[in-house]
Design a binder for this molecule. Structure first.
Ligand SMILES: Cc1cc2nc3c(=O)[nH]c(=O)nc-3n(C[C@H](O)[C@H](O)[C@H](O)COP(=O)(O)OP(=O)(O)OC[C@H]3O[C@@H](n4cnc5c(N)ncnc54)[C@H](O)[C@@H]3O)c2cc1C
Length: 337
């Protein structure tokens, strides 16, 4: 049976693990976090992504939990609609990251949580998949050098507040916008994107005082924005600086392939992140070819030795070989999440 090591148990890693497992591969997923996350923002699963989730087997659960989102609108800061309402061509399901990861994990093999990989050395699998996000260590191996993410000059503050909506709305003003979207679990998803250089000196810190910061940044905006800000759950607010990756000259080297943010991290406001990871799975031969490699990563041939690009020294692989690694997958262990 062909074997695969997947570095990273995020959206890309779990989806790939589920797909390879369904095709008869023996897959190990190494995840540095101790467990699946319990917090996270809402993600829109576009029709392309839903098609892959169907293949993985996670789509029924995602449809059950998620919110079917068909309309979106953009408004000015005072609430006037800018242009017509946009209607989705296919069903897009909005679901929070923790629920999406749970649905994927239930279809994936056992995840080795708490297993942070510092390098690829010691992995004796036929194929190694770098699904370790924007700060990927696998990327350094594939490129033979470090390529760091680029700051985009846009900060993001995201979170949730109690409530319900079935419309995706963005309010636009100079140097900032505010978004309100559906979300599962009786919550609304909100996000603020702003140019940090346009924030007046003396404004509260977005990381430690998110409500005070938002009140100052959106003073005088539409009532819907102000009501949302008053209702935010400050404990779940998350502030980060948007970054992306330059186009990489390659995303495959030998038996190592990069996927998801490790290969092509992009600004969240391009709104394609969640769809692209799943679509990478589906169209990977085409995408890998476009990136300058002619083939998808090839499993190591069985039988007589064949000259290979540099490989890693084999080590014994067995359960618990990584010391503190814990194995837990809802699908395998029957853990209730
Ligand atoms: C704060 C934030 C908010 C975002 N919001 C949105 C949004 O609203 N909509 C949207 O579409 N996109 C959003 N994105 C982007 C989206 O999260 C990513 O595009 C997507 O999660 C990438 O999936 P991935 O599996 O490639 O990487 P990740 O989701 O980053 O998963 C990588 C996994 O690898 C693990 N890992 C990393 N290094 C190692 C290692 N050395 N060893 C073992 N495990 C490792 C990490 O712990 C993580 O679980 C957001 C990103 C961030 C940071």
């Amino acid at each position: 049976m062909a074997t695969a090591a997947i570095i990273g148990g995020g959206i890309g890693g779990l989806a790939t693990a589920a797909l390879l497992t369904a095709q008869g591969w023996e897959v190990e997923v190494f995840e540095r976090a101790d467990s699946l996350p319990s917090t996270g923002t809402a993600l829109g699963m576009w029709p392309e992504a839903m098609a892959v989730l169907d293949r993985v087997g996670a789509a029924p659960r995602v449809r059950e939990i998620g919110i079917d989102q068909r309309t979106a609108e953009i408004r000015s800061r005072d609430g006037h609609r800018l242009g017509p309402e946009v209607r989705a061509k296919g069903a897009t399901v909005i679901i929070s990251r923790p629920r999406l990861l749970e649905a994927l994990a239930a279809c994936a093999p056992t995840v080795r949580f708490g297993d942070r990989r510092a390098a690829l050395a010691g992995l004796d699998h036929d194929v190694i998949v770098g699904a370790d996000g924007i700060g990927s260590i696998a990327r350094t191996h594939v490129l033979g050098r470090r390529v760091d993410p680029r700051p985009l000059g846009v900060d993001v503050l995201i979170g949730r507040c109690p409530g319900e909506t079935d419309v995706f709305t963005e309010f636009w003003g100079p140097g900032r916008l505010f978004g309100v979207t559906p979300r599962d679990g009786g919550y609304i998803n909100w996000y603020s994107e702003f140019d940090p250089r346009a924030v007046p000196a003396g404004t509260a810190d977005p990381g430690t005082e998110p409500r005070a910061f938002l009140r100052a940044l959106y003073h005088g905006w539409a009532p819907r924005v102000l009501e949302t800000i008053e209702g935010i759950d400050e404990a779940t607010a998350l502030h980060y600086r948007s970054r992306d990756l330059p186009r990489l000259p390659r995303i495959v080297r030998g038996n190592v392939a990069l996927i998801g943010d490790a290969a092509h991290a992009m600004a969240p406001n391009l709104a394609a992140a969640r769809a692209k990871h799943c679509s990478t799975r589906r169209r990977s031969p085409t995408l890998w070819a476009r990136q300058g490699t002619s083939t998808v990563p090839q499993p190591r041939p069985r039988g007589p030795a064949v000259p290979q690009p540099r490989r890693y020294a084999p080590t014994r692989r067995r359960a618990g070989a990584q010391g503190s690694a814990r194995c837990c997958s809802p699908g395998r262990c029957g853990t209730s999440r």
